[in-house]
Every structure is written in C-alpha cells, then in structure tokens.
Design a protein around this ligand. Sequence first.
Ligand code: MG
Length: 259
Amino acid sequence: MEYEGSYQKVAEPKIECLLFDVDDTLYPLSSGISADCTKNIIEYMINKLGIEEDKVLVMCAQLYKEYGTTMAGLRAIGYDFDYDDYHSFVHGILPYDWLKPDHTLRSLLHSLSIRKVIFSNGNEAHVAKFLSRLGLEDCFDDIICFETLNPTCKDNDEFPKPPIVCKPFENSFEQAFKIAGINPQKTLFFDDSIRNLQTAKIMGLRTVWVGSSHRTKGVDYALESIHNMREALPELWEASEKSDVRYSGKPAIETYVKA
Ligand SMILES: [Mg+2]
C-alpha cells in the first residue's frame, strides 16, 4: 500500500504516577475479606437501619449497582446515619489478621521510582489497617480515601449531608486528580472493578484490571495478580531505571484528609 509505513506510531506519554485501589487489588479476592465486609453491611442494614431481612440482599446489590457503594445508596435514598458508625461496624470487625505482610509486592513497589497514590472508596482507618497488615505503609506517597472525597461529612449536623462521592463516578476521579495533582494522561490506574476502570478510561487514565487474565473494553492491561506487574509492564521498570530519580524512602504517608 502506498501509505503503508508512512505513519509513525505516536508515543504514549511517559507514566509519572501509579494509582491503586486497595480492596481486592492490593490483596486477592480469595482472602475472603470482601465477603465478610458484605456480611457486615447486610447486618448493619438489618440491625441498625431496620431494613427487612427478606429485602436486604436485593437492596444491597441494587444500591451498590446504582450508587457506587451500598453506603452511598443508603444515603441517597434517604437513610440518615453516622458515617463513622457505619465504617466502624462494617470495617472495624473485619478479620484483618487474615492478611500477612506481602514482601513480594513491597519490593516491587519499592523498586519503582514512580509516584504511587492510593485511591479507595474505603475510609481512612480501613485503608491504614490494610496497608499496615500488608507491610506496605511506606510504599505510597499519597492516599485518597472516603474522608478525602467527602470532607464535609464529619461533625457537621447543621446542614443536610451532600451525596456521597465515590468511584465509579466521574466526579470522584475529578476530585482525586485535583486534590492529588494527578495528570490522568500520565497515570496508570490499577483496580479490580471493571466499572471503575471503564470510568477511568473515559477520564483519560491508562487502566490495569487486577484479578483478571483477559482484557475487555476500557482495559489496557490485565493482571491475574498484582504480583504480575513486572511481567506485564516491564516498561515501567525500564523507564524507572533510566531515570536518575530514586525512591525517596519517605517513611510517612501524606493523607489528604480534610475532615
Ligand atoms: Mg476494589
């Protein structure tokens, strides 16, 4: 063909930031912790909000689907409850000790001199507990979590609470980019949830589906486990090795919590 080879592939912008979900991304779904979390949500709905037992399962699934999280859905349909109380009931009694330090992931993350940011719908205490159990507390530069995205939710009974901001909705990504100074075109986003990845793609991020061995719409890379990062994305290490910037060894995590 006349024009064959006359076009050069446009190079993708260099990755400058890695953005990570936590639940079922930094540790596997098979840990059973997510199943326990759902059990606690159901119990909260029955025991604290008085929702009928025979309706609760369907309602929980529908709210999750429509509103991003069951909690956001409960709030949206008019249930008024204390967010800290919800989080401590649902997450406070999770079997965190099922998780063991993940030395493999820790050394993978430390070997990359690229900025790393957590982006989770979970609350601050939940994220901190996971990172601590996995031995990853010093692997991330910033954390975006529930309190970051919903800063007016705490200690403010004077005004009606605004709707909860959470993945997979575009406003949560917009806020995360703004708060953490993220350029989506230069960021790789790791998540186990396909709907989060599909929004991420629309928002300009490059996407990695963790926990799946096949790609689909909205997914640039698929990894069965986060441990396969190096095999699937060797270019990150190549770029990292070329860079003069080395991991800073920064011990503390800066969490963008305003509330
Ligand atoms: Mg997840």
